[in-house]
Design a binder for this molecule. Structure first.
Ligand code: SF4
Ligand code: SF4
Length: 410
């Protein structure tokens, strides 16, 4: 396992972090026993965390809403099981494990309705995790309007007290919006020590993107990458043209005496090759996926992409983009929509649903995370956006189609 730098934080994080948002689930048709862990396959998930720690993974990430709250509860019991197995019984074993494995969770920002909610949710999370403190606490899913909300509810003042009394080791945020908002969030306080952004070879210019990575790193923040496989979309069966590009690149690797890469490894190594990336989180759903990611993490190299590899990534990206049914370039001239629809994001999710194997399910999942006013359902067909779109996209017509395709069951 390779260990990397983490901004100004005094920890060498493992290149691979354990994400607890897509834990293994009981098979369809298998009744879940009554438990606080929902449909999580607790035995397999515990074995995966144990294996990850044995292999040197030293960061586990969960959040209030993952698995409808069951992820934090699962992690609370898993820490004790893994501590008992690897470090010994009781509090001493747990303390030993906590020195080897850092725990992160996140405040559900969208649920806050008052200053007191910060403490209320945090206390509930500590109870779920059966801990007195967490090593890392992130404000979850910051986006446009979040900085105003932080100020309105005094979230940073609350966090400063929790940092001072030791219940939070380090403060950060995760992010889902465009670069200008990212800069506003990063620059909002000196309390941040880390951030978590979506980054992969398809998203260099999406959300925080490369500019965001570099800006955060220049401010001394540790940068954790989430969605290195774009919600699993880059790991599934690629389209024929993409598979052919990977095969050709692998043949050139073989000729140079290097091992071939799977589509997963191509995606992960792209992220790891960036020196400003502290580490990546992978939400693994099986022991097989964990083993594949661990093996990849043993082959990490920083700043060594060859011209051939750079060209292969560019051509793969071009194939995916050419397959997109909507020609949206994310120029954002159509914004703001008077009804609040996040037009480019919604169009992008539809493109994702069409071009990636397994795309519809992943796109519906991501659509469910969009605040309701930003979804296609809010469109009133005023047509203001169409006049502003240089690509002449029939936006309201597409939104009507997308609304039916990505509909979220509330
Ligand atoms: S103006 Fe058109 S191309 Fe640009 S982001 Fe909006 S929909 Fe996409
Ligand atoms: S047509 Fe719909 S998406 Fe476009 S500006 Fe009007 S309400 Fe917004």
């Amino acid at each position: 396992m390779q260990y990397r730098s983490f901004g100004a934080i005094d920890l060498r994080p493992s290149a691979l972090g354990f994400g607890a948002m897509r834990l293994p689930q009981l098979a369809d048709g298998v009744d879940a026993p009554p438990s606080p862990y929902g449909r999580i396959d607790v035995e397999t998930a515990n074995a995966m965390l144990r294996r990850a720690v044995e292999a040197g993974v030293n960061y586990v990430d969960t959040a209030y809403p993952y698995h409808d709250g069951a992820s934090e509860r699962w992690l609370g019991q898993a820490l004790r099981v893994v501590a008992r197995d690897l470090c010994g019984p009781g509090d001493a074993g747990l303390a030993e494990l906590r020195s080897r494995l850092k725990v992160a969770t996140k405040l559900p920002m969208w649920k806050l309705e008052s200053h007191d909610d910060c403490e209320r949710y945090f206390s509930e999370q500590l109870e779920r995790l059966q801990l007195d403190a967490v090593d890392f606490y992130l404000l979850h899913g910051l986006r446009a309007g979040s900085v105003a909300k932080l100020r309105e509810y005094g979230v940073l003042e609350w966090a400063e007290k929790a940092l001072a009394d030791g219940r939070i080791g380090h403060l950060g945020f995760s992010f889902h919006d465009q670069y200008p908002v990212f800069e506003e969030v990063v620059d909002a306080t000196d309390l941040w020590e880390l951030c978590q952004i979506q980054y992969n070879y398809m998203d260099e210019e999406f959300q925080a993107g490369t500019r965001g990575l570099e800006h955060a790193a220049s401010k001394g923040l540790g940068v954790i990458v989430m969605e290195p496989l774009r919600g699993g979309r880059l790991s599934r069966r690629p389209p024929e043209a993409v598979a052919a590009l990977w095969a050709a690149a692998n043949a050139r690797r073989a000729a140079a005496g290097e091992a071939p890469r799977t589509p997963v490894e191509w995606a992960l190594q792209w992220v790891w090759s960036h020196s400003d990336v502290s580490f990546l989180l992978s939400g693994m759903s099986s022991m097989e996926q964990l083993e594949e990611n661990l093996a990849c993490a043993d082959r990490v190299a920083i700043n060594v992409q060859t011209e051939d590899e750079i060209d292969t990534y560019r051509r793969v990206r071009d194939v995916y983009l050419a397959a997109s049914p909507i020609d949206c370039t994310n120029c954002r001239y159509c914004l703001p929509c008077p009804s609040g629809v996040a037009i480019p994001e919604v169009l992008g999710l539809y493109n994702d649903a069409i071009i990636y194997d397994g795309g519809p399910a992943a796109a519906r999942f991501a659509y469910g995370w969009l605040p309701e006013p930003q979804r296609a359902e809010s469109c009133t067909r005023c047509h203001d956006c169409e006049a502003l779109c240089p690509q002449q996209i029939a936006i309201p017509d597409w939104l009507e189609k997308i609304r039916a395709f990505l509909a979220v069951d509330e």
